[in-house]
Design a protein around this ligand. Structure first.
Ligand code: PEP
Ligand code: MN
Length: 278
């Protein structure tokens, strides 16, 4: 049987470098993405952008269309959120990543954003994968909460076969049996992914843990283990976040994490980093 992910398969030690505006994934660095779960107001997303930029973060995140478990929870600003995050990123020199929740969101997200996120719930939504791929924008593909690594790679393959080589994979926690963390951060799985594929792999410690106290140690673990980056939920006023408040960190914590990530990466010498990231 052919490998279901022959374009994604790792055949050489070289990791594919994916660019999203000025953000670089897979070059041996650690791309730190920060921003709120949901775009709420211009002031909120601009303040988040200022914090990401001053911490030396690579990219701004924020959701316009939120895939909430309950239909009674805040669903995001929708289309109206896109100009707000584009404006915030633009004013602070940051590229932006936003999730397209449905095929109909793809053209607008591609027009306003540097990278399109495909969320965990949509990992195997083939028409959405194809539509996002066809825009030519780099894609941040999140692992489904119950998806195997092979299924994630096969989903990435749908993007690659469309002729779009710019895919970054994201481990965001898989479904476990213990309530103390929202999901299980599968760090071992993320490292195994790097053995299986040449695509960059990042960690989302926020959805993986659901707890703000765990964001820093998980991000530092990802940096020390040789992953290619992290996407972290950060809010200017975490307690007031309209979405995922329990896992939101503040700007000060984000800046400290960014500094400590740099210290961790500096502590790895080149041969160690090469061994870890290939
Ligand atoms: C998000 O990044 O805001 C999000 C909803 O993530 P996930 O698809 O991993 O749940
Ligand atoms: Mn969230």
């Amino acid at each position: 049987m052919p490998v279901p992910y022959r374009l994604a398969e790792r055949l050489t030690p070289i990791t594919t470098v994916v660019l999203a505006g000025s953000a670089v994934f897979g070059d041996g660095g650690f791309a730190l993405i920060g921003g709120p779960c949901a775009i709420e107001t211009q002031e909120q997303i601009s303040s988040a952008a200022a914090a990401v930029a001053s911490a030396g973060g690579a990219m701004l995140r924020g959701g316009a269309y939120k895939p909430r478990t309950s239909p009674y929870d805040f669903q995001g600003l929708g289309d109206a959120g896109l100009p707000l995050i584009a404006n915030a990123g633009g004013s602070h020199g940051l590229p932006v990543v936003v999730e397209a929740l449905a095929e109909r969101h793809v053209p607008l997200v591609a027009a306003y954003c540097d990278m399109i996120q495909i969320g965990a719930r949509n990992m195997q939504n083939v028409p959405l994968l194809r539509a996002a791929a066809q825009t030519g924008r780099p894609i941040l593909l999140k692992r489904g909460p119950a998806a195997t690594l092979e299924e994630l790679l096969a989903a990435a393959e749908y993007i690659l076969v469309e002729g779009n080589p710019n895919v970054v994979l994201c481990e965001r926690g898989i479904r476990g049996f213990d309530r103390h963390t929202r999901n299980v951060a599968d760090l071992g799985g993320a490292l195994r992914l790097k053995e299986l594929t040449h695509l960059p792999v990042i960690l989302d410690p926020s959805h993986a843990s659901g707890r703000r106290t765990l964001i820093e140690p998980l991000t530092l673990a990802a940096a020390a283990a040789g992953l290619d980056g992290a996407i972290v939920e950060m809010h200017p006023a975490p307690e007031q976040a309209r979405c995922d408040a329990a896992q939101a960190i503040d700007a000060t914590t984000f800046a400290r994490i960014a500094a400590r990530v740099r210290a961790v990466r500096a502590a790895l010498d080149e041969s160690m980093l090469f061994a870890l990231t290939t």
